[in-house]
Every structure is written in structure tokens, then in C-alpha cells.
Design a protein. Sequence first.
Length: 257
Amino acid sequence: MKIATYNVNGVNGRLPVLLRWLNETTPDIVCLQELKAPQEKFPEQAIRDAGYYPLWHGQKSWNGVAILSRNADIYEIRRVLPGDPEDSHSRYIEARINDLVIGCLYLPNGNPAPGPKFDYKLRWFERLAIHANELIKSGQPVILTGDYNVMPTELDVYKPERWVDDALFRPETRAAFKKLVDQGWTDAIRKLYPEEKIYTFWDYFRNAYGRDAGLRIDHFLLSPQLQNRLKAAGVDRHVRGWEKTSDHAPVWIELAD
């Protein structure tokens, strides 16, 4: 089973890129972030025509997450991260597909830091950790994937000394990610590639993609029931080089049945 995550940076504007990638790679499950489309503007028919059953939570102009299933029925569990009834951001959706629970997330950027946006990022992270711990304790096979807006270590960022004050790399952010992983989650990419430079995002500016000046901010966290089923993982880096593409590349894992 192949599962992918992809921050599309605008699902309608990047629809040709998304459909081309889906046709080339045919993952079984896809998590999308940054739809940047209200609920009624999600390209449902185009996704269905590509062979996928979609669940999505849209938001006008910003945010938005979706889960697509190619061969199996998909059942929504929740579309809001618990812990803050006042939070109106579309940043989390959770579904059951076969025996898997899939949580698709788009964690806040948090810049500028310090400040209110960074405080919101850390509060959201804490809510995620609380919910993730409940998922761990449930004993179910769970995947939490998406754009975490975190570079966990210096290996995950080009020229880390330039990022020390950025919300994605501040000590508080990295500590929050470590606290989450330490609940018992497996960082799939680092499980298979513990020492390799792997990026999932390249800015549009200063020829970042051409210089390979990237960041690893899109992650797969696997519950203990899945760590021994992990067979492969990678980044479809070439997609970042396509015309009118997202600044992220798709990230994927393969699990044994």
C-alpha cells in the first residue's frame, strides 16, 4: 500500500500538476494540504475522474486539507483537531480506510516569531500532541502525515544557521515535535534514511530548487503497529521542477499489507 502527502499550495491553480502526478504514481491514499479553496470549490469531479474518493475540509483563500482513497471506502472520523472550539482554521481531517486511521494535518507556520502567530502554532502543536497520545493509546494502526512546518534537526534544513530565529526551526518548535514523536511515533523518512539529506520544500525565490536549498517539513509519523510494516519511503522531488508546481514535493511511504 502506497500512501502520499502533498502540500499542493492551491488545489485549483495546481490541479493539472496534481492530476499528472496522480496519474504517474497512483498512490492508494493521498493527503493534501493548503487547498486554498472553500468547501464548494474543491474539484471533486476531477478527483473522482482520476479514480479517487475524496474527503475534504476547505477554507476560503487559506488552509484546507483533504484525504483521497483510490481503491477502498473512506469514512470520516473528524475534521477538526480537538481542544479549541473557537479555532476556525481548516487544518486537520481524520478518516478510516481499511484498517488504517489517517490524520492529515497542516500545522501553522508561526512566523513572525515570537508573536501571536507563533503562540498559536505552539498551542496547536500541544492540541495535536494530546490527540496523538489518545490515538497511540487506542492501539490502532495510525498515520499522522502532512505539512508540519517543522525542521526537526539541522540535517533537515539547508544552512541551518540562517534559520535559528524562524518559527519552523526555533527550539520550542523542535522540542514540540520531539515531544510528539517520543510518545511512540516513528518518523518514517528518518527510520529508513537516518543520515541522508532529504528535502520536501524549496522556496520559489533565489533559485532554491536549482541550488537544492531546501527544507524537510512534510512528515509521516507511524504508530507502533505500523513501524514493522514500513517497506519504503521517498520524495517525488522531480515534481517540484514541473511548470506551475507547488513549492512542496509529494512525499510517500509504502506499507506491507
